[in-house]
Design a protein around this ligand. Structure first.
Ligand code: MN
Length: 157
């Protein structure tokens, strides 16, 4: 189940009969969709370390990578991108503050959002055209196995 990891890492608000209500993260719980659109979103996340979360709508979820440095608008700049857990599609329109003590505590703000067209997708490479306000053009994510199993490179081609 693709969103299992996402749900396990977070505590969502709960109201259960006979129990005091639990105040959880304001992030959406979301659910797995049967089909995918073609949204991409980049969220600036001021957590313990500032990073940019790059997300592509694929397989009914938002496939996600954390990029420690601002995503490049021009060619010849390669950014490390660390694959993170799939996020629900609802997350792509969410902004807010994750409270202290919760996973990813800090502010989340949409830095760019738009659509993409998938050009190529294999286990080790995803190539797509981005149509956003900040990011436009053909980009690639390729696995960077030398550095680690969740490590990828993100760059404009
Ligand atoms: Mn993040």
């Amino acid at each position: 189940m693709p969103l299992e990891k996402y749900w396990k890492k977070r505590k969502f608000s709960e109201t259960q009969r006979g129990k005091p209500p639990r105040e959880g993260t304001p992030e959406p719980k979301g659910k797995l969709k049967k089909s995918s659109g073609n949204m991409f979103v980049v969220q600036e996340h001021k957590a313990s370390h500032l990073h940019w979360d790059f997300r592509l709508e694929l397989d009914g979820v938002l496939k996600s990578w954390a990029i420690p440095k601002k995503p490049p608008k021009t060619r010849k700049i390669k950014r490390l991108a660390i694959a993170t857990e799939d996020h629900p599609i609802e997350y792509g329109s969410w902004e807010g503050t994750i409270p202290e003590g919760h996973y990813g505590a800090g502010s989340v703000k949409i830095w760019d959002k738009g659509t993409f067209e998938l050009i190529e997708r294999t286990d080790n490479k995803i190539k797509f055209e981005l149509k956003g306000k900040e990011l436009e053009g053909i980009y690639e994510l390729t696995r960077f196995k030398k550095v680690g199993k969740d490590k990828w490179l993100f760059f404009k081609v």
